[in-house]
Design a protein around this ligand. Structure first.
Ligand SMILES: Cc1ncc(C[n+]2csc(CCOP(=O)(O)OP(=O)(O)O)c2C)c(N)n1
Ligand SMILES: [Mg+2]
Length: 659
């Protein structure tokens, strides 16, 4: 059943009316983008997009990403009009209010039909690349009958101008993600005014040069839009369709100008737009015939979904796909048993190496893990035997060579995790976490299980010097809510961190790993059969003499803390050593556990080769040993000594405080 073409105009106007009325009611928001792209979106949803409002999470649906997230009313209107349970018209009436799921920008955790959180320009596009990548990977793994869908993106000038766009376009072009189709709202307007103020780029030329198919259309001519979208769908390359539009189309006195980007039209212009569009319905009312058209369109998807469900039920791979898409880990605890056997060893390895060892155990057992690195595979130790390269020739591969594209990698991993069926992990140097920081933040905000492998974690990397030596990075990652930051101290804690990260369904993790070797500190005796890192911090060594000091340390400094404790004990001063691989997990423990590890009336001392700001929350007015300056270029041992990370430099400071 196809929609009568004469109905498309009124259907698009329903988007325009809801958008301008919602923004007007909220007295804040962005009417220009949804009004300008209403016609393109109507063609997309009526003739191209595979979706079923009754099953927003149906795994073989097309993914629709509104990368230009400021135009959130576009996706809210589309979801409501096509018959999704959320958002309701009440939610839309309360656009941008606390009790509405229609937040200022679309949030994946508020509305099931919103595939990802967008608003930070460029990242929706880059997440869509990850979704398209996950689709091809799962297609290659499960076949056309179970996985066969497209990723559609609406992106604005801003999404194309952001630097991350270059990374995303390069990755998608190289991997020939032909199921990715981007509809560019080519309205030649951004907030400051005409795009010519700031850009003169041949955008189609750039995409074409990156291996993309490019097309153009009049974004207000339904037939022309459909023609261009058909071409995009047919072409084996990723596609960019430049949809020439008028921002705020339908607001007769304001359309085409930058003021319509992010301000309510105002009562007079809303009235003028109603007259111009011939829209007589009251605010938030959609005439029954127009709503019926939208709903009939929404109802069409049920058939495709039912057919897919039959295929999935008949397939011997259906249950495995369902498991992966649900985010459940494979049954069995083989990995835990292998790691437990390591307790009997004494492996002195860098934690990046320990991470590789853990991955060699986990990746064969957890087939949904898809690894990668931003061109530091040999340094991040992210590649395993079970993860052959994911390439155009073989999308079933499990290792992505992301290239030197940290931000693009992180955003793609968000898209992969949100697509589902994949647990992405990817590496770079910790110091370059800042390059992808906003995507790490979006992993956390979106509850996406993305695992960041961040190696070369301190001055311990040595000779590369201060450009490469993280100082503030571990602490600054700890500041991001819902991100588990692990800084393991040895091979055992590293394996524990991996187990916890893979199991954290709604929380991303950052594994902070050393370049330099660290001794094994954990054995069967001090592990007590537990995954001790699960509590975030634990007493690695209890004071022998009467306890006067508690030493708190992470990662490579736990070894040092053990030596400091030994020196203190030698002078009759009892000292606990608390290893603290994950602050976030420790903070989640109860007060009794906190009080037990951090007892009152005892000097508490933190040791971490990074900024000290933040440690006060655990040590109070105790002592913070750290590095509140940039490092230097020299061998690691020289640097640790030079910057005060030695028993000889630390013990006197503790004695002075005890005196
Ligand atoms: C990374 C980032 N930088 C800045 C902004 C603020 N911002 C929101 S929309 C916008 C302009 C976007 O222009 P365009 O994509 O052309 O949207 P249009 O005005 O056409 O709707 C800016 C600068 C943002 N949301 N994200
Ligand atoms: Mg624009």
């Amino acid at each position: 059943m196809s929609i009568d073409p004469s109905r498309l105009g009124p259907m698009a106007n329903a988007i325009r009316a809801l958008s301008m009325d919602a923004v007007q009611a909220a007295n804040s928001g962005h009417p220009g983008m949804p009004m300008g792209m209403a016609d393109v979106a109507t063609v997309l949803f009526s003739q191209f997009l595979k979706f079923d409002p009754a099953a927003p999470k149906w795994s073989d649906r097309d993914r629709f990403v509104l990368s230009a997230g400021h135009g959130s009313m576009l996706v809210y209107a589309l979801l409501h009009l096509t018959g999704y349970a959320s958002p309701t018209i009440e939610d839309i009436r309360k656009f941008r209010q606390l009790d509405s799921v229609c937040a200022g920008h679309p949030e994946n955790f508020l509305i099931p039909g919103v595939e990802c959180t967008t608003g930070p320009l460029g990242q929706g596009f880059a997440m869509a690349v990850g979704m398209a990548l996950a689709e091809r990977h799962l297609n290659a793994t499960f076949g056309d009958e179970l996985v066969d869908h497209r990723t559609w993106v609406i992106a604005g000038d801003g999404c194309l101008m952001e630097g991350i766009n270059h990374e995303a376009v390069g990755l998608a072009g190289t991997l020939k993600l032909g199921r990715l189709n981007v509809l560019w709202d080519d309205n030649k307007i951004t907030i400051d005014g005409d795009t010519s103020l700031s850009t003169s780029e041949d955008i189609l030329g750039r995409y074409a040069a990156s291996g993309w198919h490019v097309a153009s259309c009049d974004g207000h001519d339904f037939a022309d839009i459909a023609r261009a979208l058909s071409e995009a769908a047919a072409d084996p390359r990723p596609s960019l369709v430049a949809c020439r539009t008028v921002i705020g189309k339908g607001a007769p006195n304001k359309q085409g100008g930058h003021n319509v980007h992010g301000s309510p039209l105002g009562a007079d212009e809303v009235a003028a737009a109603r007259a111009y569009l011939g829209w007589t319905a009251a605010p938030f009312e959609v005439p029954a015939d127009i709503l019926a058209d939208w709903r009939s369109l929404g109802a069409r998807g049920a058939e495709a979904r039912a057919a897919w469900e039959d295929r999935a039920a008949a397939s011997d791979r259906g249950a495995e796909l369902a498991r992966r898409m649900a985010g459940d880990l494979p049954a069995g605890d083989d990995a835990a048993q292998t790691f437990a056997a390591w307790l009997d060893g004494a492996q002195k390895v860098a934690t990046r190496k320990a991470s590789e060892m853990a991955l060699e155990v986990l990746t064969p057992l957890v087939p949904e893990m898809v690894g990668g690195s931003a061109d530091l595979t040999g340094s991040n130790n992210t590649k395993t035997k079970a993860t052959p390269p994911l390439t155009v020739a073989d999308y079933s591969g499990r290792y992505v060579y992301y290239g030197i594209r940290e931000f693009g990698m992180a955003a793609a991993m968000n898209g992969m995790a949100l697509h589902g069926g994949v647990i992405p992990y990817g590496g770079t140097f910790l110091v370059f976490a800042d390059y992808c920081r906003n995507a790490i933040r979006l992993s956390a905000l979106q509850h996406a299980r993305v695992i960041y492998v961040l190696t070369h974690d301190s001055i311990g990397l040595g000779e590369d010097g201060p450009t490469h030596q993280p100082v503030e990075h571990v602490m600054s990652l700890r500041m991001i809510p819902n991100l588990n930051v692990f800084r393991p101290a040895d091979v055992i804690e590293t394996a524990e961190a991996w187990q916890l990260a893979v199991a954290a369904r709604h929380t991303p993790s950052a594994l902070i790993l050393t370049r330099q070797n660290l001794p094994q500190l954990r054995d069967a005796a001090n592990s007590a059969g537990e995954l001790r890192s699960a509590r975030g911090a634990y007493r690695l060594k209890a004071a022998a003499a009467q306890r006067k000091v508690v030493l708190l340390a992470t990662g490579s400094e736990v070894e040092l803390a053990v030596k400091v404790a030994g020196a203190l004990e030698g002078q009759g001063i009892g000292a606990d050593v608390v290893s603290m691989p994950c602050w976030e997990l420790f903070d989640a423990q109860d007060a009794a556990y906190h009080a037990d590890l951090l007892p009152a009336g005892v000097l508490k001392v933190s040791i971490e080769a990074g900024v000290t700001l933040g440690w006060q929350k655990y040590v109070g007015d105790g002592l913070t040993i750290g590095l509140d300056r940039f490092g230097a270029s020299a061998p690691a041992e020289v640097l640790f000594e030079h910057f005060g990370f030695s028993v000889e430099k630390i013990v006197p400071q503790i004695l002075a405080r005890l005196a």
